[in-house]
Design a protein around this ligand. Structure first.
Ligand SMILES: *Cc1c(COP(=O)(O)O)cnc(C)c1O
Length: 421
């Protein structure tokens, strides 16, 4: 469920007409709904009720500080995957005790930054990384809380580029070697083992892969405890998928996911962490774009819009499907027609949809990409020297620009010309 609905024939974000935002900030832009963000966070929080837990929003999905602040105000922790994200979370007011650091390539600088600024835990992904954390913690005379990310070798049944829990993937340590690696961790100074971490992929649309992974984690918990380790926290990752179309079967709800967690690991008495990103932000955001031209090809009509692959790369990168709807609701009885919906970037991959049925559209009309809140703005680039598009946050009848569109000068002046040139 989201808060982008037609009212009197016009598409709204909560109580604000999208056409009003377009007139104020120009197109294309991203717009997020506070009510949807809050609703999705609460679904997860409520799903784990009765268990000691923390929902750590995977901020790589959408990392604007206004979004982080909205979620942190509800008690969210943050899952960060870089020093930049760590700094961003801190800047948004999230305390170190609520920040979890994931990722396979944490640098010495990043480890030092987190140990100095405060960290809830590092999710350690390899032995060499563990050595580095141990060294730096010892040098700083602090204890680094760690979990070790295990790779359970389960098939998440998702797009290959976002599957992370198979043996062939670069993530985590093979679960078969977990006991050995925990023994190493226990022998190193400066580390405090607190639990286990697992994350098997993104946009999962079934519960079975989670169940397989979580059962393996439960079994490992018992083994590690028998080996004498204190396992008091389980980080179960993110990955629950969202419906990108309203026609397809809906993925499981957070309530069912929460019930599964209770079933698989509830008996262990551990504190539970989860790291949802897409499900919190995905359907809380739209990308709104304007039709520049309608162009007739040999055998098709192209809808050339001002949004492009550099603004929303998911279709080009993952063949992802986004619902694209007109901002003015078509009148009853209007026959749809097929369009290839494309951006202005000089690549054929800059195609959002082929043969998509839309009401007849003309230059100047606005269209909205649904489910664009996660892995949208954060993956944008300035390819073709196209400015990063603004982000707007709506709350009730108010809206605010939460990241402004840079001017051409701002973009160009980031280059520096050597004095010898
Ligand atoms: C990307 C990622 C997540 C979030 O995944 P979603 O599919 O957006 O829920 C959580 N944890 C880790 C370690 C990740 O890399």
């Amino acid at each position: 469920m989201d808060h982008f609905l037609y009212r009197d024939g016009a598409l709204y974000a909560e109580d604000v007409p999208l056409s009003e935002i377009a007139a104020s900030v120009g197109t294309p832009f991203y717009v997020y709904s506070t009510a949807t963000l809050e609703r999705h966070f609460k679904l997860f929080d409520d799903a784990l009720e009765g268990m000691d837990h923390l929902v750590c929003y995977a901020m790589k999905a959408a990392s604007n500080q206004a979004i982080l602040k909205t979620l942190a105000a509800l008690g969210a922790g943050m899952d960060v995957v870089s020093g930049g994200e760590y700094a961003r979370a801190k800047a948004a007011g999230v305390p170190g005790e609520r920040i979890v650091f994931s990722g396979i390539g944490k640098t010495r600088e990043e480890v030092r930054m987190a140990l100095t600024g405060g960290i809830r835990q590092f999710n350690v992904e390899s032995e060499p990384e563990m050595q580095v954390i141990s060294e730096i913690a010892t040098e700083l005379s602090v204890e680094a809380p760690i979990t070790i990310r295990v790779n359970p070798d389960v098939d998440a049944k998702t797009h290959a580029k976002i599957a992370t829990g198979k043996a062939e993937n670069k993530f985590g340590i093979p679960i078969s070697r977990a006991r050995e690696v925990y023994a190493l961790a226990a022998s190193l100074p400066g580390l405090k083992i607190i639990g286990i971490d697992v994350h098997i992929g993104s946009q999962l649309t079934e519960l079975a892969p989670f169940e397989a992974a979580y059962n393996k984690v439960a079994e490992l918990t018992e083994q590690l405890r028998a080996d004498g380790h204190e396992i008091s926290r389980l980080d179960l990752g993110g990955g629950l998928g969202i419906p990108y179309t309203r026609s397809n079967e809906a993925p499981p709800m957070p309530t069912d996911y929460g019930a599964l967690i209770k079933k698989c690991v509830g008996h262990l008495g551990c504190e539970i962490e989860i790291e949802p990103g897409r499900l919190i932000a995905g359907n809380a955001g739209l990308m709104v774009s304007e039709v520049i031209y309608v162009k007739s090809g040999e055998d098709r009509e192209f809808l050339i819009i001002d949004g492009a692959m550099n603004d929303l790369i998911r279709p080009a990168m993952y063949d992802a499907y986004h619902d694209i709807i007109p901002v003015i609701e078509p009148e009853a009885g209007v026959l749809p027609q097929p369009y290839d919906i494309v951006g202005p970037v000089c690549e054929s991959g800059d195609t959002f949809a082929k043969g998509r049925e839309m009401p007849p559209l003309k230059a100047g009309d606005l269209v909205a990409f649904r489910s664009a809140g996660a892995y949208g703005a954060v993956m944008a680039s300035e390819y073709n020297t196209r400015p990063l598009i603004p982000e707007v946050l709506v709350k009730g009848d108010q809206f605010a620009v939460i990241r402004a569109r840079p001017t051409f000068d701002e973009m160009i002046n980031r280059d520096t010309i050597p004095e010898w040139l």
